[in-house]
Design a binder for this molecule. Sequence first.
Ligand SMILES: O=C(O)c1cc(=O)[nH]c(=O)n1[C@@H]1O[C@H](COP(=O)(O)O)[C@@H](O)[C@H]1O
Length: 227
Amino acid sequence: MSDDRLIVALDVPDALSGLELAEGLGDAVSFYKIGLGMLTGGGLALARELKDDHGKRIFLDMKLFDIGATVEAAVRGLSRFDLDFLTVHGDPHVVDAAAQAKGDMKILAVTILTSLDRADLDAALIRPGDVADLVVERAARAFVAGADGVIASPREAAAIRALPEAAGKLIVTPGVRPAGAARGDQKRTETPAAAIAAGADHIVVGRPVHQAPDPRAAAQAILAELG
Ligand SMILES: O=C(O)c1cc(=O)[nH]c(=O)n1[C@@H]1O[C@H](COP(=O)(O)O)[C@@H](O)[C@H]1O
C-alpha cells in the first residue's frame, strides 16, 4: 500500500475520466477524493469501483449543510457506501447530526474554505477577526460536536494540532501547492512538506496532479517531498 497521506482529488467531470486518471496513477496513490464536480457524472459508482476493485480508500466530499434532520438522513444513506471520509460544514448542529448517522465513515468538518481570505469573509458577513483564529475556533467547536477530523488550510494546522480538543482527531489540508505550482483559486496555501510538518495527517491535492503533463510523476514528486 502506498503512502496514504496523499489524497488525490479526482476533480474530473465523470467516472470514466476519473477511472482513467486513477489507473494512470496506479500504485503511487492509494487514497482518492470524489467531490461535487462528479455528482452527476457517476461519482458514487466510481467510489465503489475504486474501493471494491482497486482497493483504494475513498473520501467523498459533499460539504453537506442543512437542518439537522436532513443532514442526518443524507449521511445515513451515504453510510451504506463503505466510504472512508465524508465532509460536512463545520457548524456544530450539522456535525452533530452527521455524527449520529455516520456508521463506519469518518466525518470531516470544513472550517473555512481554503479559497477564502479575510476580504471574502467580510463579503459573506462573517464576524471580524483573523482568519486563522476563526478556523481554530470552528475546529474546536466541530471536535466537541463529534467530528472525527477537520478540513483547514495548512497554515492553520499547527494551531489546530495544539488544541486539547484535537487529541486523536484528523487534520486534512487542501490548499496544498508544490513550490512553483499555480495557486488557481486557492488563497491560503503551503507546500506538501510544510503541511505535514505543521501536523496535517493527510493533504488533498487536485490540479497540481490531474492537470500535470505526467500525473503519476507529479504524485510521486509530492510523495518524495513528504519523505
Ligand atoms: O473539502 C475539501 O476537500 C476542500 C475544502 C477546502 O477548504 N478547500 C478545498 O480546496 N477543498 C477541495 O480540495 C480540492 C483542492 O483541489 P486543488 O486546488 O486543485 O488542489 C478541491 O477538490 C476542493 O473542492
